[in-house]
Design a protein around this ligand. Sequence first.
Ligand SMILES: N[C@@H](CCC(=O)N[C@@H](CS)C(=O)NCC(=O)O)C(=O)O
Length: 210
Amino acid sequence: MITLYDCATAPSPRRARILLAEKGVAHETVPVDLRSGEQLTEAYRRLNPQCTVPALRTDDGPMLTDNAAITAWLEARYPEPPLLGRTPQEKAEIASWNWRVEFEGLLAIAEALRNSAPAMANRALPGPVDYAQIPELAARGLARVQQFFVMLNERLDGRDYIATDRFSVADITAVVAVDFARIVKVKPGEQHPHLQRWRAAMAQRPSMSL
Ligand SMILES: N[C@@H](CCC(=O)N[C@@H](CS)C(=O)NCC(=O)O)C(=O)O
């Protein structure tokens, strides 16, 4: 049985949950309590030395310890529906947009949150090593999140999906990033009509309520 190590409140494992649902892959879920620091325990470290969620135990052997590996494995093992593109050009566009949404969206939110939240003091980056917060990075992160919304809104002008003319993993990453931006008080507003229309359309997919 495939097992997802998950945390209901965190954005990164939500990406894996949505992907599993879109692929229709049956799996078990093991919750990992990030709030109490379960990811840093010896027991979890043995499963995933990076001390992060998601992690996916596959039914044919390896433990996959990040979204990049989980996405690549799921697409190879369950090719339908293709979420990483069909043609070489689609694959390139989806990879490019997925990376932009990770870098300009998810990492910007993390920069804003992890460098300011009192509960994350000394945990400015995930993983086994503690890093101190840098308050200036929180301010920069917030500016980047706001710019991310502007960029995504412009991209979605006249488009139904982020990367190509089909739903892809870039849409999953973008929904997770846009929703998680609430944590730093950034939400789609009337200045983002294209982003709002796309987010409302994404809400029609049952996977997005996960
Ligand atoms: N590159 C990883 C990032 C995973 C990640 O940062 N996960 C966060 C939750 S969203 C985590 O496990 N944090 C643990 C911590 O903050 O100690 C992926 O996308 O799989």
